[in-house]
Design a binder for this molecule. Structure first.
Ligand code: SAM
Length: 161
């Protein structure tokens, strides 16, 4: 059962300070098969289902060149997370740990990241495998995987990084 406000043994929630606006822009939304957190995998798998990154205007032009990369890093806003937990007791064990030692979605700034495999691009939509987020999760950014930044196609040495 997923929790909203209840705390497990050893957990600590704090009064969160007022948010300062970091000026984040949702550049798109992620469409996945998962409608509840219980059904969503804890981490994505590269043999997982194809998910869709729908890019909003005016950001669609920024997809140019994405097709040259096999693996991408997707950065998203885990919008249904609570943000006040500093100590957490993961469901699968009783060891209480600090939020910054976990990849829990509950964190002060609930940013999730996944390395995904590119399947294809259809207009404003990038098809990928390897995600672990709810349907309609807001998309923050998309980058080539740092491990293979060099595009598969011949790179122009004058290209900006
Ligand atoms: N791969 C990312 C990372 O490591 O930064 C996220 C990992 S997090 C453990 C994945 C879990 O977050 C899912 O199993 C689900 O329970 C939860 N989750 C997924 N999408 C969410 C959303 N939009 N809001 C809140 N929780 C979400």
């Amino acid at each position: 059962m997923l929790r909203n406000n209840e705390l497990r043994a050893g957990e600590l929630a704090i009064d969160t300070p007022p948010a300062r606006d970091a000026g984040l822009i949702f550049i798109g939304r992620i469409r996945t098969p998962w409608k509840s957190r219980e059904d969503t995998p804890r981490q994505g798998r590269h043999d997982g289902p194809v998910c869709r990154l729908e890019i909003f205007e005016p950001w669609v032009a920024a997809l140019k060149g994405v097709e040259f990369h096999r693996n991408l890093e997707v950065i998203y806003w885990l919008h249904q997370s609570r943000r006040d937990l500093v100590l957490q007791s993961p469901k699968h064990n009783n060891l209480t740990r600090g939020t910054f030692s976990l990849r829990s979605p509950q964190r002060p700034n609930p940013i999730g990241t996944s390395i995904v495999t590119l399947v294809g691009i259809e207009g404003n939509t990038v098809l990928v495998r390897g995600l672990d987020c709810l349907d309609e999760t807001p998309l923050l950014d998309l980058k080539p995987d740092r491990c293979e930044f060099t595009p598969l196609a011949q790179q122009n040495p004058n290209d900006p990084e």
